[in-house]
Design a protein around this ligand. Structure first.
Ligand SMILES: Nc1ncnc2c1ncn2[C@@H]1O[C@H](COP(=O)(O)OP(=O)(O)OP(=O)(O)O)[C@@H](O)[C@H]1O
Length: 272
């Protein structure tokens, strides 16, 4: 597994009359962890969908090591790119081990069974997300956070050289958030990850792209991007940004202030 270069050039995505993303360009160099941040509805998931080839661009290109992702054979793309997406939490009538083993499919031929290497990669992937103890459980009966870790393990078992993740820390408790992002940092792969938690993004990402209303508003190393001014402009919040004396990463604290939206009165109830 070697890391891949991802290049997105002038990407525009639409759904009917709705423009989801407009003229977005980004790069993720081999081995980088690149974060996508931005408010709800800013286009992060849509951009990721174009990268893992679910949403076809109306204009612009997605290139994987210089080749248009949309021209690659599906199987070849699946050997290169793994995705952990919001909508993948579908029901499977399978054990956890079987779900994670599905990550090996792109590397096998039809009717190939699981090799010893497949079994050890599945065990490694489960161990990595602290889910080895879940291996024989039914996937359908897991909690939200357990499912999320198993879906991440499935992507790890795929041994991708580009890993695309949409809010992978969703549902995870704080220890597992750190575990999962720590793994992403250490993988010999390129990572593009949408995150809402700006402190996690600041600590774990090499560079960030900030999306706002479908466009890139800022990009660069977290310390350059996560300024109080940008957070006010993009999110409409008052924040204090300091540098962590322990980690050297920017640390964002949100402050109540004049930007807080006034409470919306309950109809027919005074004094709310
Ligand atoms: N198929 C669609 N048809 C119409 N509008 C869509 C469609 N898919 C997404 N949108 C809209 O496009 C915008 C971008 O959505 P997207 O899911 O990419 O945002 P996001 O940044 O991932 O948001 P969140 O942080 O809430 O997950 C939103 O306004 C969303 O409602």
């Amino acid at each position: 597994m070697s890391a891949t270069e991802l290049t997105v050039d002038g990407l525009t995505l639409t759904a009917g009359a709705h423009r989801l993303v407009r003229d977005v360009s980004l790069t993720a160099r081999p081995g980088e962890v690149v974060g996508l941040v931005g408010p709800n509805g800013s286009g992060k998931s849509s951009l990721l969908r174009a990268v893992y080839r679910v949403l076809r661009p109306d204009a612009g290109r997605v290139r994987v090591d210089g080749t248009d992702a949309w021209s690659l054979p599906v199987r070849r793309l699946a050997r290169t790119v793994a995705a952990v997406v919001q909508e993948s939490a579908a029901d499977f009538d399978l054990t956890v081990r079987e779900v994670v083993a599905m990550g090996r499919t792109p590397h096998k031929r039809l009717l190939d069974g699981d090799s010893a290497e497949d079994a050890s990669l599945v065990a490694w992937a489960l161990e990595s997300v602290d889910a080895a103890g879940l291996a024989d459980r039914s996937f359908d009966r897991l909690s939200g956070g357990e499912r999320q870790r198993v879906l991440i393990a499935r992507a790890l078992a795929q041994r991708p050289s580009l890993l695309v993740l949409d809010e992978p820390t969703n549902h995870l408790d704080v220890r597992h958030q750190l575990t999962v992002l720590g793994i992403l940092r250490r993988l010999p792969a390129t990572v593009l990850v949408a995150l809402h938690d700006l402190n996690l993004a600041a600590y774990y990402c090499d560079r960030l792209y900030v999306l706002c209303e479908g466009q890139v508003t800022a990009s660069g190393p977290p310390a350059e991007v996560l300024t109080e001014g940008l957070l006010a402009e993009v999110y409409g919040v008052t924040a204090e940004v300091t540098v962590s004396p322990r980690t050297g990463a920017p640390q964002v604290s949100f402050l109540p202030g004049e930007r807080d939206r006034p409470a919306v009165a309950v109809p027919g109830q005074s004094g709310f």
